[in-house]
Ligand binder design. Structure first.
Ligand code: SF4
Length: 438
């Protein structure tokens, strides 16, 4: 019996999918990339994004139509708002939050899926403990996402994550270190520690669990003793918990990638208060200065929302000025849209769409300027890059630098995919570069 999973969410949802796949395979199900030949069809989605919800509805409508002539089972998981669960249950056969992964065999059996192994006994652990113990089916052979924490205690007013994934829970550090070491030993080159607030790791278990800095130190030490080359990233940190010790640790170890993700969301103090971000622009500025001082070559990336409820022209201008001041190499800028379940969804979405689009255009221009200026400084340098795939341009391979800047170079040698290579940077554009393989 074959299964098909569609992922409509972020990296966190990808990590969810990889563990769901493992559980399905221990039940004897076989993965297929072809939807039409699967009998078990699943969506792992971020149900806090309207776009994803719309896609989920259209997909389940299509699958339910197919059910007329076939025996199919459908399921939904990922970030699901409790309020949506009942509505989705009327359309899907099985709906489960990711913390209930241990119940999946039982839920599928209850819906009529009987496979040779589906009678296997229930695992000892339940909840997130079970989820974290499941060995994932990594979707890449050289890049992996390792969840280190689930949930969030921050309650930003525009976000529904604390309601879909619950409060912050840290995964035991021993298990994280084991997974990371295992990946390194298997030759993985890029490992990303994932969580909604990675740098508040361990705060829910004070005195019992390692802090985030200590976790990074352990990984850094393993990088030294293993003698292997790899890069470790982490996302997303919250400026509120971004201590100098984290940056000092990144600076100390070669395997900790010189790439810092620091969500700005808005460059205006009043908007930050309405967003409940719990830090000021002064605090954010101090962190950026520390990044520049301790990690002068690091790339800095951010997330920004434009047109948040009540955002005035002057407040938006403060965000534009902040972007110019901090000179990001990459920014994920999104026009505000109310997320069902989030506190701000109760407020008027009063910035007109054309204004949001114009603000997005202005920030994209700023990003192009800062990214180009950074990339121009790299022309003529030799960089270690991780080769990812064939490029869209024929005869070229696509790679990324340690700072995650896309770079392509002429080569058709596919054995380089998943390996580090050395490239001389020859020409640059905003957000990308081209070079020559050395
Ligand atoms: S945006 Fe705010 S509430 Fe949402 S996951 Fe990040 S820190 Fe938590």
């Amino acid at each position: 019996m074959k299964y098909f999973i569609m992922n409509l969410g972020c990296q966190m949802n990808q990590a969810d999918s990889e563990r769901i796949q493992s559980v399905l395979e221990t039940m004897g199900l076989v993965k297929t990339e072809m939807e039409a030949e699967a009998s078990v069809l699943g969506v792992v989605a971020c149900s806090v994004r309207q776009k994803a919800i719309d896609k989920v509805h259209s997909k389940i409508h299509e699958w339910n139509e197919r059910k007329q002539g076939q025996n199919l089972l459908t399921f939904l998981s990922g970030c699901i708002l409790p309020a949506d669960e009942d509505a989705f249950l009327r359309k899907f056969d099985v709906v489960f939050p990711i913390k209930d992964l241990s119940r999946v065999p039982e839920l599928l059996r209850g819906s009529g899926i009987v496979t040779p192994l589906s009678q296997a006994p229930q695992p000892d652990a339940t909840g997130m403990e079970h989820f974290w113990n499941v060995k994932p089916q990594y979707s890449s052979t050289f890049e992996a996402f390792v969840p280190i924490q689930n949930g969030c205690d921050k309650f930003c007013t525009f976000c529904a994550v604390p309601y879909t994934r619950g409060r912050e829970v840290s995964r035991p550090s021993q298990a994280i270190l084991e997974e990371v070491r295992n990946l390194v030993d298997r030759g993985y080159k890029s490992i990303t520690l994932l969580g909604q607030n990675v740098n508040s790791y361990g705060l829910d278990k004070p005195g019992v669990e390692r802090s985030f800095t200590e976790l990074l130190q352990e990984i850094g030490e393993y990088g030294k003793t293993s003698g292997r080359k790899f890069w470790v990233y982490f996302t997303s940190p919250h400026p509120r918990d971004m201590g100098r010790d984290v940056l000092e640790t990144v600076a100390r170890y070669e395997v900790l990638a010189k790439h810092i993700h620091l969500p700005l969301q808005s460059g205006d103090d009043k908007v930050l208060i309405r967003m409940n971000r719990n830090h000021s622009m002064d605090r954010y500025r101090t962190i950026v200065h520390e990044v520049r001082e301790l990690l002068p070559d690091a790339t800095l990336i951010t997330d920004i929302i434009v047109g948040f409820t009540g955002e005035t022209e002057e407040q938006f201008e403060n965000t534009r000025l902040a972007m110019r001041e901090f000179g990001y190499q990459m920014a994920f800028v999104a026009p505000y849209s109310p997320r069902p379940g989030a506190a701000s969804a109760r407020w008027s979405d009063d910035v007109p769409l054309p204004t949001k689009k114009e603000r997005l255009r202005v920030l994209t221009e700023e990003l192009h300027l800062s990214s180009l200026a950074y990339n121009q400084r790299l022309v003529g340098s030799k960089l270690r890059v991780l080769v990812e795939r064939s490029d869209r341009k024929e005869g070229y391979l696509a790679a990324r630098t340690e700072g995650k800047i896309p770079i392509r170079f002429a080569s058709t040698d596919l054995t380089l995919v998943g390996q580090f290579a050395e490239v001389l940077v020859e020409s640059v554009r905003p957000l990308s570069m081209e070079g020559q393989l050395l």
